[in-house]
Design a protein. Structure first.
Length: 690
């Protein structure tokens, strides 16, 4: 690897040392966060910034607490994959209601640490006794008890085991919820700390997926339950456990019709709010549940003839005056919007992306009101709909808030900056110890084709106009993702690729996020057709505008859905694409998970032609271009069988290709693996494109 790839690998793609996982405590006076000690330190510690003094204090250092790191519990290891967390050490923490106490797990051991607002010296982390390796600890609001999961059972300390031993998994989120519905938690304290809401997950009907490490044949294979498209889902129930020996109460809703629980939690000691979805995700219900009886009633219903996008973060939410804030689409799908009691609050000119909370009597929102590559932070008056900008300059801006304090994060070509503004007007900057970004990249951003497809073009530094260059397409292309963004870290590797002698093109085809709901829904039952059509049309439009793009030498690379796009490109459009590197590609969506695949493609039994059309296996015999296939043999998201099946089909058809199978490597390619793959891709494209 060259200097850039070594630097990217050693810094975890320039993230080590950057503060993350912020949370306010102490009525906005304390700002908690996780951060390692520098750009090459992978172990995150727990820190707090005290706005009374401006000092940062490290409260928990994983090296001091556990000089000899131990294996992570399986549940935590898999959740880190689901949440794409590459940092080691303390992965997450949770605060009690007043924000003075944090609890966290470290290598399966449970700790609590207190930071009183007026304390001279913080208390040392205290390890607590547990029933086994700890996963997802959560303190009660007053901090007197901690709930946690050990060996798929829910416990409290003090207290002991809460859930029955009935063979189910308790207090966890199932694969579909964690991977596709953005629900990573499976237990919640009531506001008074007297009761626990817990998920019961029965995966006995699911098939098992197996992983073996060929490099270590002496080790047993590992397996887990996987919800494959068209097959059974986990049976998810919600139960309320009271103090002492009170009988548990099951929440009752039509779980057969609405099997997905995408959100749950307590609105008050007397009410639970939960969001449920039908299997095809065309109907989403917000329900109110009585924790004493388990009875539920419908508060709102969102429907869409294709699918309802995941609810905007921060919704649904009940405002202080009792009105219900939900997400909605404007008429015709021109914008993602907010609604109050079912009445639209925002219109076509604003693409709402998140509700970050309240600031005074107004709502804090993250939204786009210019180019989709940018994001602004705005204040929204819920009574009038009036918008006031808090962070509106070029770039991607985000916010967190509590008790009048704001943490604003701004990202643009010059890097990432964070400013903490207190309620009384003072400002602080949480320390960022990460590696400065090597490149200042300003991609050429253009909207092309009749669909207004966002594109980005990165030239080599010092490119001489008139010099024609081979093109490298580097896109994801799948739903729920945006590539063409002003966030600077995503352009570092693309600038490196450009400096190797390529014009790097990125295209957000229809189906990707943040342009409009109508733009996103264009992918319905058309992964392969829409994705490839837009990628080709955008490339040709850029070629007509930029004469230095040599469209006789076009390579394409990608990972996950981007790997699918890359293999699809050379298999079906060899007239346009001349070589491809396809990593972790879901080559046949009949073998991918239920919640993602069925949302976009429907049920395999009802629409077999859709799945057949989007599968790559039948195209294997037609391969005429160089193809490099890459897979991690420990990938529990896109199982390595996807790549291996395509490789077998190519082999059976006598079509030459290359296969790079990586023992022990997961979907996230941590520990510098991605950079090692990139080095091999570079050799591949130089050889094949010249």
């Amino acid at each position: 690897m060259d200097d850039f790839l070594r630097l990217s690998a050693s810094t975890a793609r320039f993230t080590h040392g950057a503060p993350r996982a912020f949370a306010f405590g102490g009525e906005g006076r304390l700002l908690w966060f996780l951060r390692s000690t520098g750009p090459t330190d992978p172990l995150d510690s727990l820190w707090v910034l005290d706005t009374a003094t401006g000092t940062e204090t490290r409260l928990a250092d994983p090296r001091e607490l556990s000089p000899e790191p131990a294996p992570l519990p399986v549940a935590e290891r898999r959740l880190r994959e689901r949440s794409r967390l590459v940092a080691a050490g303390i992965g997450s923490y949770a605060l009690c209601a007043d924000g003075h106490k944090a609890v966290f797990a470290l290598y399966g051991r449970l700790y609590e640490v207190t930071r009183e607002a007026d304390a001279g010296q913080p208390a040392q982390p205290k390890e607590l006794p547990t029933a086994g390796p700890v996963f997802d600890p959560l303190p009660s609001p007053d901090g007197s008890r901690i709930a946690y999961v050990a060996d798929d059972a829910l416990h409290t300390v003090p207290g002991g085991r809460v859930s029955p031993g009935d063979g189910a998994r308790w207090g966890v989120s199932e694969f579909a919820a964690a991977e596709e519905l953005d629900r990573h938690r499976g237990h919640w304290w009531s506001p008074d700390g007297q009761r626990l809401l817990a998920a019961r997950v029965d995966e006995s009907a699911l098939q098992r997926r197996w992983f073996a490490d060929p490099a270590h044949p002496e080790l047993p294979a590992e397996d887990f339950a996987y919800p494959e498209a068209g097959g059974p889902n986990a049976d998810v129930q919600l139960w309320v456990f009271g103090p002492g020996g009170d009988p548990a109460v099951r929440l009752a809703w039509d779980a057969e019709t609405y099997p997905y629980v995408s959100d749950a939690g307590w609105d008050s000691p007397a009410e639970i709010l939960l969001t449920v979805r039908d299997r095809l995700q065309r109907h989403v219900l917000l329900l109110s549940a009585d924790p004493d009886t388990g009875r539920t009633r419908e508060l709102s219903r969102t429907t869409h003839p294709q699918w309802v996008d995941p609810m905007l973060p921060g919704t649904p939410a009940r405002l202080a005056d009792g009105r219900m804030l939900t997400s909605a689409d404007t008429r015709g799908g021109a914008a993602r919007a907010l609604a109050l009691d079912g009445v639209l609050l925002t219109g076509d000119g604003l693409q709402v992306r998140k509700v970050a909370g309240a600031h005074g009597n107004r709502l804090l929102i993250e939204a786009g009101r210019r180019d989709p590559s940018e994001q602004q932070v705005l204040l929204l008056d819920p009574d009038t709909g009036e918008l006031t900008a808090l962070a509106d300059g070029p770039g991607v801006h985000s916010v967190q808030a509590a008790a009048g304090a704001l943490l604003l994060t701004s990202a643009d070509a010059d890097g990432v900056r964070r400013v903490l503004r207190t309620a009384d007007g003072r400002e602080f900057t949480p320390g960022d110890l990460s590696q400065p970004l090597p490149y200042r990249v300003v991609p050429v951003l253009e909207r092309v084709t009749e669909h207004g497809v966002p594109t980005a073009l990165v030239w080599p530094r010092g490119h001489v106009p008139g010099t024609r260059l081979p093109v490298l397409m580097d896109s994801y292309g799948g739903p729920g993702m945006q590539d063409v963004s002003a966030e600077p870290r995503r352009w570092q590797l693309r600038q490196w690729w450009a400096d190797q002698g390529f014009a790097v093109v990125t295209v957000d085809n229809r189906g990707t996020a943040y342009v409009s709901p109508q733009f996103t829904h264009a992918m319905y039952r058309g992964f392969s057709e829409v994705t490839l059509e837009d990628q080709v049309a955008a490339l040709q439009a850029l070629g007509a505008r930029h004469g230095d793009l040599d469209l006789t030498r076009v390579g394409i690379r990608g990972w996950s859905y981007g790997g699918y796009l890359s293999a699809l490109a050379v298999l079906r459009r060899p007239d346009v694409f001349h070589a491809a590197a396809a990593g972790a590609a879901p080559t046949d969506f009949r073998q991918y998970d239920t919640a993602y695949t069925e949302r976009y493609l429907g049920l395999p039994a009802e629409h077999p032609e859709v799945y057949e059309r989007d599968s790559l296996l039948a195209d294997a015999a037609g391969l005429t271009r160089p193809l490099l296939l890459v897979t991690g043999l420990a990938d529990d998201n896109v199982h390595p069988s996807h790549t291996l099946r395509l490789s077998r089909a190519l082999t059976d058809a006598g079509r030459p290709h290359q296969l790079l199978a990586l023992p022990g490597v997961t979907h996230m390619t941590p520990g510098g693996v991605r950079e090692k793959i990139v080095a091999q891709e570079l050799a591949f494209f130089r050889r094949e494109l010249g």
